[in-house]
Design a protein around this ligand. Structure first.
Ligand code: UD1
Ligand code: CA
Length: 451
């Protein structure tokens, strides 16, 4: 049976206390909504519908960023979860199949869990995802008889006896399109919150003699995010999951809790990651590299055998070839670094192409910005850039060329040439001693004057 995914994301998220719509708050550098869409993508849905309301334009563009074919429908007033599904009616009019409803603020449902719901759907008209809550708080309660779900009672409407139930509603629901909308037709807002509750679908289906069941999952999968505290907890859940996944793939994390990953971080096996490393979006690291402590990477690629850090910063467009060494306090941006090249200390390499086997001395800077425009620096293979060279771009240094320490290079350096541009040294015998004596006397004189 084909599946349509409906994601409810119209709510404001008052408790986030934010100008940003709740579902756009990031987890591992991707909006919560993208995580929810990713979770649903596991079922290979034929159609994806996102219900947006608060911050419609921003939510729409985030949805399209993740899946350009997603249909985004507007729910102008948030009259409840059933009303939110109801506004998808047109978008699903010609869809013949099952509809799975996910919440945009419940982004971590696992693929296996959704698949077990699909399996349970074979014997039931409606399948709801539930979980045993350590603290059931204000979640809706699932009232079961045997394997059948009699009804879902919202906390606000529940009796004390119902509130004592710890099997709770995650909000994920699966039913075929026709049944779902025909049940929604019967929903009324006669409840404590005067809202159209999607949860009423369960009781209404049972009253029609339809099979309704609940599939259980881990509570961590149904984490609903309503506050910054929940957001931090969700981040922790995601990070723990991804760190574990990397370790399972054969990556060593010396101190896993201190490594921060992004939603799209890729690391090859037998890479070793030291403590306190931050992976921003768009990082791929090949096998057999070492990412040393306190390094910060984003939008970059690190090839096999490379060593990065400690305290290195790789910014977007940093492309390190095999066996490159990038050492402490080095920043690399929009630059290709050729095989085996070393940039080991205190350098800025931006908007540059570096060949293979080149050594960049400590303190080298590509002066890429003239205050208005950015310019490129080219350095060839097996070149030697002396310490503290300023390369004023646009400029190029040929293969096997050298620059003298402290040089300010403003003109191209041809292959195999040595370029030096610095004031000539003057050495004056005995002058240092005289200078010291003179200065000491001055100091003494001052001390006497202030007595
Ligand atoms: C809902 C469930 C509750 C469940 C809980 C799990 C209902 C009536 N209750 O309660 O049983 O235990 O989730 O987290 O379904 N939304 C819209 N439009 C609306 C209303 C909501 O798009 O008109 C979206 C929200 O943005 C949110 C989701 O639906 O993503 C859930 O809505 P929310 O108001 O947070 O429901 P809960 O009260 O948490
Ligand atoms: Ca909620």
């Amino acid at each position: 049976m084909s599946i349509a995914l409906v994601i409810l994301a119209a709510g404001k998220g008052t408790r986030m206390n934010s100008d940003l719509p709740k579902v756009l708050h990031p987890i591992a550098n991707a909006p919560m909504l993208a995580h929810a869409m990713q979770a649903g993508a596991a079922l290979a849905p034929e159609r994806v519908v996102v219900v947006a309301g608060h911050g419609f334009d921003a939510v729409q563009s985030a949805a399209k960023d993740f899946d350009e074919d997603a249909i985004v429908v507007e729910q102008k007033e948030q009259n409840g979860t059933a009303h939110a599904v109801d506004v998808c009616r047109d978008a699903l009019q010609d869809f013949d199949g099952d509809v799975i409803v996910l919440f945009g603020d419940t982004p971590f449902v696992r693929a296996e869990t959704l698949e077990s719901m699909v399996a349970a759907k074979a014997q039931n008209a409606v399948v709801v995802l539930g979980f045993e809550a350590a603290d059931p708080g204000k979640y809706g309660r699932l009232i079961m008889s045997g394997d059948q779900l009699d009804q879902i009672v919202e906390f606000a409407d529940a009796t004390d006896e119902e509130r004592a139930v710890t099997f709770c509603n995650s909000g994920v629901m699966l039913a075929d399109r026709e049944t779902l909308f025909s049940l929604i037709d019967d929903i009324t807002p006669n409840n404590a919150q005067s809202e159209y509750y999607l949860t009423d679908v369960a009781g209404l289906a049972r009253a029609r003699g339809l099979g309704v069941t609940a599939v259980a999952c881990e509570e961590s999968e149904t984490l609903g995010i309503n506050s910054r505290t929940h957001l931090a907890a969700a981040e922790a859940v995601f990070q723990a999951r991804e760190r574990q996944a990397l370790m399972d793939l054969g990556v060593t994390l010396q101190q896993p809790d201190t490594v921060m990953l992004s939603f799209d971080t890729v690391v090859g096996r037998d890479t070793l990651i030291e403590p306190n490393v931050y992976f921003g979006p768009g990082v791929t690291v090949e096998s057999g590299t070492r990412i040393r402590a306190f390094s910060h990477l984003e939008g970059c690629h690190v090839s096999r055998g490379a060593v990065v850090g400690p305290y290195a910063r790789l910014r977007p467009g940093a492309e390190l070839s095999e066996n490159v060494h990038v050492g402490n306090f080095v920043e690399i941006k929009n630059a290709e670094v050729g095989e085996g090249t070393k940039v080991n200390h205190l350098s800025y390499i931006g908007d540059a192409t570096l060949g293979a086997g080149t050594n960049i001395g400590a303190g080298t800077i590509t002066c890429n910005y003239d205050g208005v425009m950015k310019h490129h620096t080219n350095i060839g293979d097996n070149a030697f850039i002396g310490s503290n060279t300023m390369l004023v771009a646009p400029v190029s240094v040929g293969n096997e060329a050298m620059t003298g320490s402290g040089s300010v290079i403003t003109k191209d350096v041809p292959e195999a040439a040595l370029a030096i541009s610095r004031a000539e040294q003057q050495t004056k015998p005995g002058v240092a001693r005289k200078l010291f004596e003179m200065l000491k006397k001055k100091k003494q004189k001052r001390a006497l004057e202030t007595k």
